[in-house]
Design a protein around this ligand. Sequence first.
Ligand code: A3P
Length: 324
Amino acid sequence: EEEVHQRVHQQCRDLVSSLPVVEGCSYPDLCFHDGFFQPVPAMVAAMMVQKLFEARPTDIILATLPKSGTTWLKALLFATVNRNSSPSSTRNLATLNPHQCVPYLRELYEDGARVPEMDSMPSPRLLATHIPFHFLPNSIVESGCRVVYLCRNPKDNFVSMWHFINKFRKKDGREALPLEVSFDRFCQGRSHSGPFWDHMLGYWKASLQVGGCSVLFMRYEELMKDPVVELRRLAEFVGCPFTQEEQANGVLEDIVETCGFERLSNLEVNKVGKRTLFRTMTVDNNSYFRRGVVGDWMNHLTPDMAQRIDKIIESKFEGSGLAP
Ligand code: A3P
């Protein structure tokens, strides 16, 4: 197994190193393969996942574009699925960052020298990914497991990403990437796991299909507007519906509160903790909590910029039934 893992990793690395590197609305730079962009180190891992990950029918996969509210959804899902397990230090949202509770597939497969321990993970395995639908491993689609997709208004998504990227650049002693430059690249589709429209459309279409894996399509804005209703929908979809008694006892409201921006961002682990990204970069956990509001793009984008992105969305989504 170790040998296969190492060999496939080497093949993926060789392939990725032959791809041209492009500047994007991202950090580090991107490469393009099979219709989507990824930061170079993430592309190797995405290929590894595609080739080696074997889904179980009970797996629950969270799929998002970065900066769509992944951290929030991870917390909600983890709290929902584990609400009746006895609290232990390793399974506790109060001491762990949501990214430790629901790991990214990428992070499990990115180290060529270490075979991830997937078999020993108890079911249901909660896993996350930014990989576009068409590039998911066949076993995810064929196993019939559940995929929860969370998207966000692309204008807010962009603004959130722009702030995030510049934190890294600053740490590396580089100048901030101007908003206009970033925006132009984003609109050309050159962003992490982009083009954003293909990512959203891929999961949207999959959510309409019958057969294969089932996809629940969620939106950050709806989660914000009506978290209890959305959480109920999420719990039903992943096979952990709330009982009448739980609903009457305010269990949903408790989970919403526990996973709310205020509560999560003020936990010690999220205020001062750090995690590693792409095996080489350090991220402060507090970078995953900036403002957490809908419509922050209005404080950053000019009317012309907003119009440009709206036009892209309109033309790309046309006829798909996906509302902008
Ligand atoms: P902003 O930068 O607009 O504030 P991701 O988790 O996919 O990286 O997305 C990060 C975005 O989700 C950030 O958006 C962050 O503030 C927001 N976020 C994080 N936790 C949240 C929560 N509990 N509720 C609402 N938004 C949250």
